[in-house]
Design a protein around this ligand. Structure first.
Ligand code: KG4
Ligand code: ZN
Length: 316
């Protein structure tokens, strides 16, 4: 069974081919350079660039995997959530291939894809407690099977990755801000600044707009001194609070839902501190399995959608 998957929900156009449980290729065209000058993703530009990139990405995927198009058994693509113009391009490519090959085409959920991206090279033991931390979502899900997802808590306003990117822009750093702040934080003092703990309440929902505003106000005050910004200390203090709330809420969710597997997915799961926190939580609560995903499958990629499609069908 060979699945060709397409992921195009934001500013990456990606094609992966999976043969049974094996990822044969995972080609990703990134648009970071084109969006950098605007400080974030411009939706219209993202869709237009997908159109330019989809042809060569597909060709490259077939070449890398040494698979003929006619050998593909089914097509999977991301149908939501995401930027509408970007999603449409992926859907059109998927449906065109399906029509040409006369093979089934199925749309899948991007967030579920992020969760199953963590299961590539690490098989899940259910139930799985999954933290999804990305540019668009901060969410905790309980996964009982590939067809049974329960959302425990979700994004109230800014998602964590969005908050990283917006704070980075005010700090004068380049897009995407997450990896830059993560790197700066390594040599900064996390106790240098006192920042609020976002939505520290009894729910499992997440709000990052308060922390974002506090950071922006702090940076404006520091800028008035006309001195260089202490970027490392700002990054470390921000990162400490951004991750602390995830640690608090996940610890409570573990005690309430008793998962066998703890995992973390989405672009922000590449973060050094978050990866350490997840590992420590798994150890502290003696979970059967704690999965720290391979870096290649953290940010948007089509391999995660192929893995999701494969696992769903295996049990249906
Ligand atoms: O999952 P993703 O590729 O796209 C969405 O579905 O949103 O996530 C992109 C986000 C960006 O906000 C980026 O800044 C963030 O992931 N990110 C990080 C790190 N690497 C990527 N955030 C914090 N630390 C990182 N190391
Ligand atoms: Zn994503």
């Amino acid at each position: 069974m060979k699945i060709l998957a397409i992921e195009s929900s934001c500013d990456e156009f990606s094609v992966a081919i999976l043969d049974e449980d094996k990822i044969l290729c995972n080609v990703i065209s990134s648009q970071i350079e084109q969006h950098k000058e605007y400080g974030g993703v411009v939706p219209e530009l993202a869709a237009r660039l997908h159109l330019e990139n989809c042809g060569w990405v597909l060709q490259e995927a077939l070449e890398q995997s040494q698979v003929n198009l006619e050998e593909i058994d089914q097509i999977a693509y991301t149908d939501h959530p995401g930027l509408i113009g970007s999603l449409i391009i992926g859907k059109i490519v998927a449906q065109t291939l399906g029509l040409y090959l006369n093979k089934p085409v199925q749309g899948y959920d991007h967030i579920q894809g992020h969760i199953f991206g963590t299961a590539i090279n690490h098989d899940f033991v259910y139930p799985v407690l999954a933290m999804v931390a990305s540019g668009g979502h901060t969410q905790i899900e309980l996964v009982n099977s590939p067809n049974d997802f329960q959302i425990i808590g979700s994004t109230e306003d800014d998602a964590i990755g969005e908050c990283y990117d917006k704070v980075a822009r005010v700090m004068g750093l380049s897009y995407p801000g997450g990896p830059v702040i993560d790197k700066l934080a390594k040599t900064g003092n996390p106790d240098a600044y006192d920042l609020p703990l976002a939505k520290n309440d009894a729910t499992y929902d997440f709000s990052y707009s308060g922390l974002k505003t506090a950071m922006i106000n702090l940076i404006h005050r520091l800028n008035q001194k006309n001195e260089p910004l202490p970027l490392n200390d700002l990054a470390a203090s921000f990162q400490k609070q951004a991750m602390k709330i995830i640690e608090i809420k996940l610890a409570r969710a573990i005690q309430t839902y008793h998962p066998k597997t703890l995992t973390v997915g989405g672009g922000v799961s590449a973060n050094t501190l978050l990866r350490t926190i997840i590992q420590q939580l798994g150890t502290k609560y003696q979970l059967e399995q704690t999965i720290i995903p391979d870096l290649a499958y953290c940010t948007d990629n089509a391999a995660m959608m192929a893995k999701l499609a494969y696992e769903k069908q295996k049990v249906s």
